[in-house]
Design a protein around this ligand. Structure first.
Ligand SMILES: NC(=O)c1ccc[n+]([C@@H]2O[C@H](COP(=O)([O-])OP(=O)(O)OC[C@H]3O[C@@H](n4cnc5c(N)ncnc54)[C@H](OP(=O)(O)O)[C@@H]3O)[C@@H](O)[C@H]2O)c1
Length: 398
């Protein structure tokens, strides 16, 4: 892999930085023309250890990201968004398996993942492209969700693989666009990859969504409605107006009356997307059409928890045994049981962008915070009861 890293792939800014350092070290008085050394650093929110909100630290001197592979792009972050995964990662959740997947060239310095930049969503402008990048050029307005094993987007610049990036929908501002990639790609991974739903197969399908009023749920509801499915959502009564606006066909308020009594009065479902987990899993599995290819997919899995607690090998084995036994148990009852995981994908974002520009999906931005208030945005996510997404404006658009 290292042989693919040639000097020309390294970013121009990094090149200037190197030249500046060499000249300074040599003690030569020769003037360095071009960007001054300070242009090789950028502001970012970092953590230097795991913990509660006070580990978030604003650092103006984070090293500018570098293109290490020919298929990478540097994006100037205009807006990012906060997801529950950011709060969980701040707490150290998933660190065992994420550290194993981290690319030492990008994240680990001196054997440590710190300083770690959180943030998965970005909407911004391509600043620089690796030599193999054909689909993008500097100046393109793009959106992406950067996977959790890479440095994140609560920074002025981020590096992403071109295959994780897509041209931003023209109809959205950066602030709006940043609210969609991570949650919509997660919904896509669950609905399309795990449950086999797509535009052609959705009409006539009955889908039930638990936890519909949050980031993933609002994205999933809209995707399914754009594809013609019948969507029943489970949310608190206070989110009913929002879910009506997003096109939900049937709304079940889990805060009034017994949920099972309400579900009993409905026809059985073809697909359940579970964004809540816990008791909703057992409940949901009773309301699927047996022996008709029906699927249950949960996003709340013990995979990362197991690897954190038991280590990689034992944790993966424990997860495999748990998943395997559930798959077999429910297959015997004619139901497909699945775990869903966020999957980065530029091509999927291309399709999502078309749906957005066609007016069939809209961002649900609950609150916008300035870049200086990232800790407050984390507090908001940690308090729960999300209605759509919380966005960070890294560059003030006004
Ligand atoms: N596996 C993966 O790769 C992956 C990727 C993304 C997200 N996730 C997980 O998926 C879950 C959802 O993510 P998100 O980004 O959508 O979270 P979110 O934005 O925080 O939304 C969660 C929503 O669920 C609602 N809710 C809570 N308890 C509920 C219940 N018992 N019944 C119905 N609704 C309930 C909340 O509102 P109220 O409390 O007001 O009802 C909130 O609107 C999180 O646990 C997240 O960690 C997993």
């Amino acid at each position: 892999m290292m042989s693919m890293v040639c000097n020309r792939c390294v970013s121009r800014t990094a090149g200037l930085y190197r030249r500046a350092v060499i000249a300074i070290k040599a003690g030569k008085g020769r003037a360095i023309h071009g960007s001054p050394v300070r242009n090789t650093i950028m502001p970012a929110w970092v953590i230097d250890k795991y913990g509660s909100n006070d580990v978030l630290r604003f650092n103006e001197n984070v090293l500018f990201p570098i293109i290490h592979y020919p298929n990478e792009v540097i994006i100037q972050v205009h807006a990012a968004s906060v997801n529950p995964i950011d709060v969980n990662m701040r707490n150290g959740y998933g660190s065992a398996s994420l550290n194993m997947t981290r690319d030492p060239l990008h994240v680990k310095t001196a054997g440590s993942e710190f300083p770690l930049i959180l943030g998965r969503d970005v909407s911004g402008i391509v600043m620089e492209c690796g030599l193999a990048v054909q689909y993008f050029k500097p100046g393109d307005q793009v959106w992406a969700a950067v996977p959790p094993w890479k440095q994140g987007t609560f920074a002025e610049f981020v590096v992403a693989s071109a295959n994780e990036v897509s041209l931003k929908p023209k109809s959205l501002s950066h602030t709006e666009a940043a609210s969609l990639p991570y949650v919509t790609l997660t919904a896509w991974a669950a609905l399309v990859n795990s449950c086999g739903l797509k535009k052609e197969t959705c009409p006539g399908k009955r889908v039930l969504i638990f936890g519909a009023s949050g980031g993933v749920g609002t994205a999933a509801t809209q995707l399914l409605k754009a594809w013609g499915a019948h969507v029943t959502v489970v949310c608190s009564g206070e989110a009913q107006t929002l879910m009506n606006d997003l096109g939900a066909d049937d709304i079940i308020d889990y805060t009034t009356g017994r949920l099972q009594d309400q579900l009993k009065t409905r026809d059985l479902f073809d697909v359940v997307l579970d964004n809540v987990g816990g008791t909703s899993e057992e409940l949901a599995l009773q309301y699927l059409k047996p022996w008709s290819g029906a699927s249950y997919c949960t996003l709340v899995t013990p995979f990362l928890y197991n690897t954190d607690r038991l280590g990689i090998a034992d944790g993966m084995m424990r997860s495999g045994i748990t998943l395997g036994s559930k798959v077999v148990k429910h297959l015997c009852k004619g139901i497909h049981y699945r775990w869903g995981f966020f999957t980065p994908s530029g091509p999927a974002l291309d399709e999502i962008g078309e749906i957005v520009d066609a007016g069939k999906m809209r961002p649900v931005v609950e609150k916008v915070f300035p870049f200086s208030d990232v800790p407050q945005a984390f507090e908001k996510i940690e308090a729960g009861h999300a209605r759509g997404k919380t966005v960070i404006e890294v560059i003030n658009p006004r």
